[in-house]
Design a protein around this ligand. Structure first.
Ligand code: NAD
Length: 461
């Protein structure tokens, strides 16, 4: 198991000591991992900054093939990566295997995009001159990732950054640094040159990230995490006008309209709610259900939730956060709702109904296995309630009338909609939010654009 920093192609201890990583299912210590200090940060930025022009000058086909090899390296070690994710993050093995496949697919997708970076030739309206556009890499990118998808959140950033010709310094979340270090090994084994991918681990991100954003050699910040931290980082990025992509918090509404196929809605709800045991930014946070179908939907959802085995949350703070919101929700608990004793950080699948619209469960992202049900009289009220939040990442809509579903989708303030579908994540799709859920898109054709800027040459001939 790799526990050291990965800088400029070599492994080294952290200059600020080490920190413990715990197994969420037992609270036992798994490993002591290097804590990067400011001199490690300087080494990493220097390595990335030195490697960047050389990497940007490699043939697109070569960057593509190296990314493709990294994809193959991940697939070859799929079981090992999944086992490590289970150990440090606590998700089920099935969820972990699905994550590794999803994560690897970002490398394959962006390997295919690396050879499609192009420019344009335009004729000025006067006819007197020509406008030539080029797409160029932004430069050194600082990548900050959360703990809930330790592999996929990293590859969703590293894939497009490398395809574009950027070099990176990745700082994974303190709960899940081991997966990122294993990925560094896979990139190195794939032949990615020294300095192109650097990984710094720490349990004290504030100081390190503040220093990184104060360094003018860092030209890009891609952050996935909470809106609260994202806001602070946007402020810090302003000092050197750093290009920012922000994938922030969600509070996804899941609309079940009067003409929904309730069984299909329950199946979609289970996917949208319980993938990753509720610890996803795309997790359905508010089930907004038409009063004509709410009793059928609720009883079927309770049955489905009751069949899910209890699993750990990532840490004890997460359990406190979920339990605190359920206890003060003002709703009626139909299933679960009580902390579980024993080692590790467990909380059971929970369903709360008759929840007031202004309940903490409806206002805040619960990030756990809690289904909150709000009842509405009609579709207009459902849309109004769905939009009544500062977040706008994803929304889900269930109706058997596709035209109606599309019209409702257009009215939802969200970056993504799952229409009769409980899963929106796809490496080929533009993932991202509106309002305080973020800036920019990851994946799809859009994902690589976040790491490119446009330059143009004016000329005449
Ligand atoms: P978090 O904001 O606490 O941490 C995210 C990252 O920021 C971690 O790497 C952490 O070490 C770092 N960080 C924390 N405090 C920092 C500081 N003061 N300065 C600099 N860096 C700091 O979020 P989390 O708890 O790890 O993740 C959960 C949140 O992430 C949820 O809100 C979830 O919705 C969001 N999320 C969003 C997406 C998306 O794509 N929109 C995906 C996954 C998770």
């Amino acid at each position: 198991m790799r526990t050291d920093l990965f800088v400029d192609g070599t492994w080294s201890a952290g200059s600020a000591g080490s920190f413990d990583v715990l197994d969420p299912s037992s609270a036992a210590r798994i490993a002591a991992v290097a804590r990067a200090g400011l001199d490690d940060l300087d080494r990493a930025i220097t390595a990335a900054h030195t490697a960047q022009p050389l990497w940007a000058a490699t043939a697109p086909r070569e960057r593509s093939e190296l990314l493709r090899r990294a994809f193959e390296g991940m697939i070859a070690r799929r079981d090992e990566i999944a086992a490590l994710i289970v150990r440090e993050m606590g998700k089920s093995q099935a969820d972990a295997l699905a994550e590794v496949t999803y994560a690897a697919e970002f490398l394959r997708w962006f390997a295919e995009e690396a050879v499609r970076i192009d420019g344009e030739l335009r004729v000025a309206p006067s006819g007197a001159n020509r406008i030539l556009t080029f797409r160029r890499p932004v430069g050194v990118a600082l990548l900050l990732t959360p703990w809930n998808f330790p592999a996929a959140m990293a590859t969703r950033k590293i894939g497009p950054a490398l395809a574009a010709g950027c070099t990176v310094v990745l700082k994974p979340a303190e709960d899940t640094p081991l997966t990122a270090l294993l990925l560094a090994e896979i990139f190195a084994n794939a032949g990615i040159p020294d300095g192109v991918v650097n990984v710094l681990t720490t349990d004290q991100p504030g100081e390190l990230v503040t220093a990184a954003l104060a360094d003018p050699r860092v030209r890009k910040l891609s952050f996935t995490g909470s809106t609260q931290v994202g806001r602070v980082l946007l402020g810090q990025a302003a000092a050197h006008v750093v290009n920012c992509s922000m994938e922030l918090g969600g509070n996804a509404p899941f609309l079940v309209l009067d003409d929904a196929d309730v069984d299909a809605a329950v199946a979609g709800a289970m996917l949208a709610k319980m993938r990753n045991y509720g610890q996803a930014c795309t997790a359905a946070n508010r089930f907004i259900v038409d009063s004509s179908v709410v009793s059928e939907f609720t009883s079927k959802l309770v049955d489905a939730m009751a069949s899910v085995p209890s699993a750990p949350l990532v840490n004890s703070r997460a359990v406190d956060g979920v339990a605190g919101r359920v206890d003060s929700s003002g709703g009626r608990v139909l299933l679960g709702g009580k902390r579980e004793s024993g080692p590790g950080f467990h909380y059971p699948p929970t369903v709360v109904t008759d929840v007031p619209y202004d309940s903490v469960l409806a206002r805040e992202e619960v990030f756990g296995p809690v289904a909150t049900i709000l009842t509405v009289p009609d579709a207009d009220a459902a849309v109004a309630l769905a939009n009544s939040t500062e977040m706008g990442l994803v929304a889900y809509v269930y109706t058997q009338d596709l035209g109606r579903g599309l019209r409702i989708s257009e009215r939802l303030e969200a970056g993504m909609v799952g229409l009769n579908r409980g899963l929106v994540s796809d490496p080929a799709a533009p993932f991202g939010g509106v309002k305080e859920s973020g800036l920019g898109r990851e994946g799809g054709y859009e994902g690589i654009q976040e790491y490119l800027e446009t330059m143009y040459v004016a000329t005449s001939w």
